[in-house]
Design a protein around this ligand. Structure first.
Ligand SMILES: [Zn+2]
Length: 313
């Protein structure tokens, strides 16, 4: 029998990446193009359709040899219907029946899901979460979000939006305004997106620092911390404390023992994770082990997760 293939598409805010995988999980070809952040749903989908066809043609494959196409995006998607409500970084892709649109134009099964769910699945199958029955993947990057795996499957919730831990409230009366229209979400303490504002507030409160609001990212923060900068120290302490609170609340609710962290801010390394452990242990008075791991899959995590969605759904 002919070998089967699957395509995983990681449609991010900057780049759209494609991976062609064999049924034994081996990646055989990759392709990527820049994201048109202003495209609407149909225009964005048309680019995916053309790219999928081109990838098959280049590899001398037909749709009959394909099991499915999985697409993960930074969107609020109802994965059982493939309906996209809203997409961060790509404001034109909203209220769009994307799976129906794609399936009407490609003779293949399409699976769509949120990128954190895709990454969770990838780490659970092939990365730091291998062998765990339940797992929470937490992305620490520009934003804060998570994907929840229960009994080996992504937990979607009633409306497909489970795992939005970044919008759980830490200090509702007193915090930065978030895009979700609430104040004091965990997101506002832990993410790259809010670092500039945190630096600005710190400087205004009189803390001396080498940090400049506009240019502060995870890397600059770590450099400043290592040079003994007191504002950098405070920001990392705050980040660890609020992240610990967020993780502790998830643990109390779901009693899941494996947390895998991915995203750009994991570059803070032990500086963040040692403090996270310390803060979490202060809150957790039961001695069962709770494992914190750093994601193992790097830049291919999105395409691996998307391909896995298409075969495991
Ligand atoms: Zn929020």
């Amino acid at each position: 029998m002919d070998r089967k293939y699957v395509i995983g598409v990681d449609a991010g805010g900057t780049r759209v990446k494609y991976g062609l995988f064999r049924d034994d999980g081996q990646i055989t070809d990759k392709y990527q193009h820049a994201t048109d952040a202003h495209a609407d749903g149909p225009a964005f989908s048309d680019t995916i359709i053309e790219s999928v066809k081109a990838l098959l043609l280049k590899n001398d494959l037909s749709f009959e040899q394909l099991t499915g196409v999985g697409v993960c995006m930074p969107s609020f998607i109802k994965s059982d219907t493939g309906y996209v409500f809203i997409t961060s970084s790509m404001p034109g892709i909203k209220n769009f029946a994307m799976r129906d649109y794609l399936e009407a134009r490609l003779p293949i099964r399409i699976v769509l899901d949120n990128d954190a769910n895709g990454a969770a699945l990838a780490e659970h199958r092939f990365g730091a979460g291998r062998g765990a029955r339940h797992m929470v993947y937490i992305v620490l990057g520009t934003g804060l979000g998570s994907g929840i795996i229960i009994d080996g499957k992504v937990f979607q919730g009633s409306y497909g939006a489970a795992g939005e831990c970044g919008h759980m409230l830490a200090t509702p009366d007193d915090g930065l305004m978030c895009g979700c229209e609430n104040r004091g979400c965990f997101m506002s303490y832990v993410t790259g997106k809010h670092l500039p504002e945190r630096v600005r507030l710190g400087l205004e409160s009189g803390i001396k620092s080498v940090l400049v609001p506009e240019t502060t990212d995870g890397e600059r923060l770590l450099e400043a911390f290592e040079s003994g900068d007191s504002l950098a120290n405070k920001l990392i302490e705050d980040m660890a404390r609020y992240l610990a609170l967020c993780v502790f609340n998830i643990y109390q609710m779901l009693n899941i023992d494996t947390f895998v962290f991915g995203g750009g801010l994991t570059g803070l390394g032990d500086v963040l994770f040692d403090r996270l452990r310390e803060e979490f242990d202060k809150l957790c008075h039961i001695s069962f082990p709770v494992h914190f791991k750093v994601a193992e899959l790097k830049e291919d995590i999105g395409i691996i997760g998307a391909a896995e969605m298409a075969v495991s759904d």
